[in-house]
Design a protein around this ligand. Structure first.
Ligand code: F6R
Length: 611
């Protein structure tokens, strides 16, 4: 996500802020800014694009002071423009924010009613106006105004606030988005990420959710946002190198991003449904019930891992909305003369929004009259810009080349879209909508628990790291996960792997099975359980080593396979989300054990902008 740095102390801070933001550049961003309190006056400098542009803006109009905040923005609400860049201000108050404010539309309406004038399209700006409004109306200190304001926010946030009329205090607060506090001598720091402040201090407090930090040059007070009670800071001495700090202490970005998935999925779902109304709200997708009823063809186009997400989506669209769905490799589709007319709906899926084949296929379909919608992780990238509507995943920047959190957030977005379509088409009754939403809403917590089981992989990796070829078998909506498991493994460990629909086994691939070719069998207790278990027995009968990915508590899986990993017992529609973790972690640990370049695998690029 975005990057935050805040400083209060006895030294001019503009360099501390800008160099802190430089340390956060690796996360990706599309605009940046600082707000400095200079001689009791709030000054902001903001720029679109890279930090060099911000530096130029500061050089053109120099500013400096003993209190300030800085931000690099990865756009989620509103295009990457100067007006949308943080810090956002209201009078003499400025705010930087990471996260998503779900109820910003209601709050904005209320604040406009009180005479506040908004200058951006962001959700963040409501925080600045809300703090200002509460502070003025109730005659509160900045700290108390921030406490009252954040209690009205729904969603996820880490924020840092300054007020030129109180130049001796920096206020931070967090809920479901990271914020750290760094201790110096007569100076203190707040940041979204340790790496931003590691050059200045190694004494860090990782703030907990629901904590408000009142930071002065010589003191820090932490309090519970709700109760106002003081919270004891737990200071940790950080020994990480700068490169470890960028990865949040994980060995690779890919592992960090695997661990970010619960948060990324929660962010992707946030604010997009109402359990009370039994509805999914996706105003960004301008497809009506009438249009859906009259569709001639529904194509999903994508490449690589995004194509695998599309294949899972097919099960959602067909099961929940009764919509016949053609999932197409964009590189093939663009050269076919598939039937397309004004009643065709095309869904393009792309994490980067720049994949050349997907973009070309989209343009061709659009030129032939189709309505284009997309699922994308990068706001204002080419695919969203050329679509009639885009559902953004809120995964935040993905740095590891092998896609992980972008994939699972695509799965969550596809599920939401299918629920919406099912509802519009009258195929999904209100109870069905609630059932699907509740299944999705449980996923982040279950993923957190599953991520704790990393030690389960050690014996598998020790036994299998020297194999040259592996098979992955799955059925139903786990067939695409078998493809994804095989793709992840080959991309980063360079072990040849193939994914198959388990029922296809006996039509060819079974010839490959012997004691040197392990098979990963995705065999949880779903509708295909018994059939897939028979496939597993067929592999064992031919001396093939087997890793079974089974449902928790399936004792038979221990006896029948050589190794077992498990996923919790969840509704079938969210099994692909839960199954993603073992697929990703298996590939990751295999590659790490072999010592390959996990984050930058050979021959691969993060964004494939050429054919
Ligand atoms: C695999 C991977 C690629 C991408 C593919 C499409 O881990 O990341 O297969 O999924 O290049 O990229 P996007 O989603 O950006 O269109």
């Amino acid at each position: 996500m975005c990057g935050i740095v805040g400083y209060i102390g006895s030294n001019p801070c503009v360099d501390v802020l800008v160099s802190g933001l430089e340390k956060l550049e690796y996360r990706g961003y599309d605009s940046a800014g600082v707000a400095i309190v200079r001689d009791g006056v709030l000054e902001t400098r903001r720029a679109k694009g890279k930090l060099i542009n911000l530096k130029r803006a500061i050089k053109a109009e120099p500013t400096d002071g003993l209190l300030g905040i800085g931000h690099t923005r990865w756009a989620t609400h509103g295009a990457p423009t100067v007006d949308n860049a943080h810090p956002h201000r209201s009078g003499e108050i400025a705010v930087v924010h990471n996260g998503i404010i779900e109820n910003y539309v209601e709050l904005k309406r209320e604040l406009v009613g009180h005479g506040h004038v908004f200058a951006s399209e962001t959700d963040t700006e409501v925080i600045a106006h809300l703090v200002n409004h509460i502070k003025t109306a109730r005659k509160l200190s900045l700290v108390d105004a921030v406490r009252a304001a954040v209690r009205r926010l729904h969603g996820a946030y880490s924020i840092v606030v300054v007020d030129a009329s109180e130049p001796d205090v920096l206020v931070g607060a967090r809920l479901a988005s990271p914020l750290v506090l760094g201790f110096g001598t007569d100076e203190n720091y707040l940041a979204s990420d340790v790496s931003a402040i590691l050059n200045h201090t190694r004494d860090i407090v990782f703030l907990d959710d629901g904590v408000l930090a009142t930071v002065r040059a010589g003191s820090v007070t932490l309090t519970d946002i709700e109760t106002g009670k003081e919270v004891e800071p737990v200071i940790k001495r950080i020994t990480w190198t700068p490169s470890m700090a960028e990865k949040g202490g994980y060995k690779h970005f890919m592992l960090k991003e695997i661990h970010e998935q619960p948060r990324a999925i929660a962010d992707t779902l946030r604010g997009r449904f109402s359990l009370e109304r039994c509805e999914v709200d996706l105003p960004e997708i301008p497809v009506t019930a009438e249009q859906l009823q009259n569709i001639s063809q529904f194509y999903v186009i994508a490449c690589g891992t995004s194509w695998h997400a599309g294949l899972v989506g097919k099960y959602h669209f067909e099961d929940l909305a009764g919509l016949a769905t053609h999932v197409e490799l964009a590189s093939e589709f663009r050269y076919r003369r598939a039937p397309i007319d004004e009643r065709t709906l095309v869904l393009a899926i792309s994490q980067s929004g720049e994949t050349a084949d997907t973009l070309a296929a989209l343009r061709d379909a659009k030129a032939r009259g189709a309505t284009i919608i997309s699922i994308c992780n990068v706001i204002e990238s080419s695919i969203p810009r050329e679509s009639h509507g885009t559902l953004y995943t809120h995964a935040g920047p993905e740095i590891g080349v092998a896609s992980t959190k972008a994939f699972t957030t695509q799965l969550a977005a596809l599920h939401l879209l299918a629920i919406r379509f099912g509802h519009l088409l009258g195929r999904l009754a209100p109870e069905g909508v609630v059932r699907e939403l509740e299944a999705l809403l449980h996923v982040p917590a279950m993923m957190e628990a599953e991520l704790e089981r990393e030690h389960d992989y050690a014996s598998i990796i020790r036994s299998w790291h020297q194999v040259h070829s592996m098979l992955f078998l799955g059925r139903g909506n786990l067939y695409p996960l078998a493809l994804e498991g095989a793709l992840k493994l080959k991309e980063i460990s360079y072990i040849h792997a193939e994914g198959y629909a388990a029922g296809e086994m006996k039509h060819g691939p079974i010839a490959l099975i012997d004691e040197d070719v392990p098979t990963v069998v995705l065999n949880p207790m779903d509708a295909h359980f018994a059939k897939v278990r028979s496939n597993l027995a067929e592999v064992k009968a031919r001396s093939g080593p087997v890793l079974t990915v089974a449902t928790d508590g399936d004792a038979e899986a221990d006896e029948i396979g050589d190794f077992k990993l498990t996923v919790p017992d969840v509704p079938e529609t969210v099994l692909p989300l839960m199954m993603s973790l073992p697929m990703q972690l298996l590939a990751y640990y295999m590659a790490d054990f072999k010592g390959t370049d996990v984050d930058q695998p050979r021959n691969l690029a993060k964004s494939v902008t050429v054919e």
